[in-house]
Design a protein around this ligand. Structure first.
Ligand code: F6R
Length: 614
């Protein structure tokens, strides 16, 4: 939530920051702002709404300056308006600041600062920071960098900040705690700072990911210096970015979401590349190899996540239990940490997160770690906070996901969880050699089968046209298709704003069936497998009440075709792999419905991709 970007060097800062803000817009789009330092003056421009509004507003203004900071906001404290937009100025205009995170003790700090004579313009928690730094600097006669450090010692909460000041025009000061911040080291003695590497990759591949409670000073004369909050200098650990610029572009698609849906044959293949070979008959997840025996011996594994990633965990639970016979509990990260859960050193907690920055998931992991559990991660974003605090883990390698609604990250998470389950099951001996080899062969065939599902796009678009004006929808599935139903409903809700609910098919008769009438579309996963007949009965129950059935079926199915209003065929596969295939028609369906309803597919209202507040 909230994206920050900054530049200092010899180039004009404005175009770099503006482009960076567009790349970070997925983190929030309630307002955007930029502060540029030029001729001993900080020029500040901010606007409610998207970065495009800011760009239009700033068009005729003085945009000079080789140093600047920019922010795109997802509102927490205070309405999304011009005044609450970042950057925030000190009263005398000598310094300006951008912030991603939440200052939890802002009210106390604000009251103290008011007593010191400060007048607040905005309703934000962030404005306390800028006045606090100013207050400390003036009263204690210290440098801005030292004032930042002392101010942060007084702060409770999460922050990634960058401070620009007239006093030190050659310097930017940045710090982080629980919100991400990357420093890019340019080739001309220049520096880039951002919430993630996407605004930086175009200019340099050399980056440093700041750790919690670190302060970075980038200085045109002295270079990059990093200190911890106790003022001890640290040696920057410079990493090489592997991110490719093309991955951040739409590549000819109308929306990032559509591009990402179509990338799935590739992203799934990238996910298992080098980790298994069906012909040679092996699977190996290097990242967690050392922990496999512990996982096999564990009395239980707890999976924690939020949203779509939580749905992937539910599929994971089914896979781990059915294949490897390992007891799994899936927890909403946000609930887990506030429930005083029983965790000990024998437990393994796996966090699943696309961004690797979700605050609730981070907090759940920290809690598990404090109780001595082994913590593992499945993340997409390389170098993200979760990937860094975990003992070990596996990346999903899906590539940057920019559409706010998660698509390819979900199928990649399920693929990693499948690889883990198959590997553990094989080592533990809970599946036969034949099953092991079939699973690997089926997995290897999945990217081609995903392609075949994507070819159903026209059929799915026609169905979308028929149901685009629905006000409610039900999604039903059983076994590992139940999480697919939940995920289908979430996709529809979040991008098309149609109320939708996912249910285990058999639960329908315990309540939701009351909702069914001729207006209600019911999306059902009715593929061949253990519960097929039962699901067919559920379909009959819906039809008996005149509901509309849109069923995902196995290719060649004739039974459901006769009862359902529409069927979408998917290729036959091992039952354990159905979630990967069955989720794709739902992604396309939500996409088309959202487009037809004129919704902003890539940036749905009120949402942000990386939820770094609890
Ligand atoms: C839905 C969606 C969210 C995220 C959730 C967790 O399409 O994207 O529900 O899945 O906010 O995010 P990560 O996976 O980054 O932890």
């Amino acid at each position: 939530m909230c994206g920050i970007v900054a530049y200092i060097g010899k180039k004009q800062a404005y175009p770099i920051i503006l482009k960076g803000l567009k790349r970070l817009e997925y983190r929030g789009y309630d307002s955007a702002g930029i502060a540029l330092l030029h001729d001993n003056q900080i020029n500040l421009y901010k606007r409610q709404g998207k970065v495009a509004n800011l760009e239009e507003f700033a068009a005729n203004k003085d945009l000079n300056g080789t140093s600047g900071i920019g922010h795109t906001r997802w509102a927490t404290h205070g309405a999304p308006n011009d005044v609450n937009a970042h950057p925030h100025y000190s009263t005398d205009g000598n310094l300006a600041l951008i912030h991603n995170g939440i200052i939890e003790n802002y009210d106390t700090l604000r009251k103290e600062l008011i007593l010191h004579g400060y007048v607040f313009k905005s309703e934000t928690d962030t404005e306390v920071l800028v006045h606090l730094i100013d207050d400390i600097q003036k009263n204690e006669h210290v440098s801005i960098a030292e004032a930042v450090r002392l101010a942060l010692l007084n702060v409770v909460g999460a922050y990634a900040i960058v401070v620009i000041s007239k006093e030190n025009p050659n310097q930017l000061i940045a710090a982080r705690k629980s919100s991400p911040l990357v420093v890019g080291i340019g080739g001309e003695g220049d520096f880039y700072l951002a919430s993630d590497a996407t605004p930086i990759v175009e200019y340099t591949k050399r980056v440093v990911y700041l750790e919690d409670e670190e302060i970075a000073i980038v200085d045109l004369n002295d270079g990059l210096k990093i200190f911890n909050i106790n003022n001890q200098e640290k040696t920057p650990y410079i990493q090489q970015l592997e991110l490719q610029l093309e991955a951040l572009e739409k590549g000819g698609y109308e929306h990032f979401m559509l591009k990402e849906i179509h990338e799935q044959p590739r992203s799934i293949r990238d996910c298992f590349r080098g980790r298994m070979n069906a012909d040679e008959g092996w699977v190996s997840l290097g990242g967690i190899k050392e922990y496999e025996q512990k996982m096999i011996n564990a009395q239980r594994i707890v999976m924690v996540a939020c949203g779509t990633s939580w749905h992937a965990c539910l599929v994971g639970e089914y896979l781990f239990e059915d294949l490897a016979r390992i007891n799994v509990e899936v927890e909403y990260a946000s609930e887990f940490r506030y429930r005083n859960p029983i965790i000990n050193e024998n437990d393994i907690v796996i966090a699943v997160s696309q961004s690797g920055e979700t605050a609730d998931t981070m907090a759940a992991l920290e809690l598990a770690k404090s109780k001595g559990a082994t913590i593992l991660g499945i993340c997409n974003v390389v170098g993200s906070s979760i990937s860094r605090i975990t003992d070990a883990g596996s990346y999903t390698h899906a590539g940057p996901e920019i559409g706010v609604a998660s698509t390819k990250a979900f199928t990649a998470q399920v693929t990693v969880l499948t690889l883990m389950a198959v590997s553990l099951a094989h080592k533990k001996g809970t599946i036969s050699e034949t099953k092991f080899h079939t699973m690997l062969a089926e997995l290897e065939a999945i990217p081609e089968k995903v392609k075949m599902v994507l070819e159903k796009n026209d059929i799915i678009e026609k169905i979308a046209l028929e149901y685009k004006d629905a006000t409610n929808a039900l999604y039903l599935g059983r076994g590992s298709s139940f999480p697919v139903a939940l995920e289908g409903a979430l996709k529809l809700k979040e991008i098309s704003y149609i109320h939708a609910e996912g249910y285990p098919a058999a639960e329908m008769k315990h309540g939701p069936i009351a909702l069914i009438d001729e207006e209600m579309p019911v999306f059902v996963i009715a593929t061949k497998g253990t519960s097929y007949e039962k699901v067919v009965s559920n379909i009959q129950e819906v039809k008996a009440r005149k509901g509309k059935i849109i069923a995902i079926v196995t290719e060649g199915d004739e039974t459901v075709k006769e009862i359902a209003d529409h069927v979408i065929e998917i290729p036959d596969t091992d039952e354990h792999l159905v979630p990967i295939l069955a989720t794709i028609p739902f992604q396309l369906l939500s996409y088309h419905i959202a487009v037809m309803r004129g919704c902003n597919v890539d940036q749905p209202r009120n949402l942000a991709k990386s939820v770094t507040v609890e």
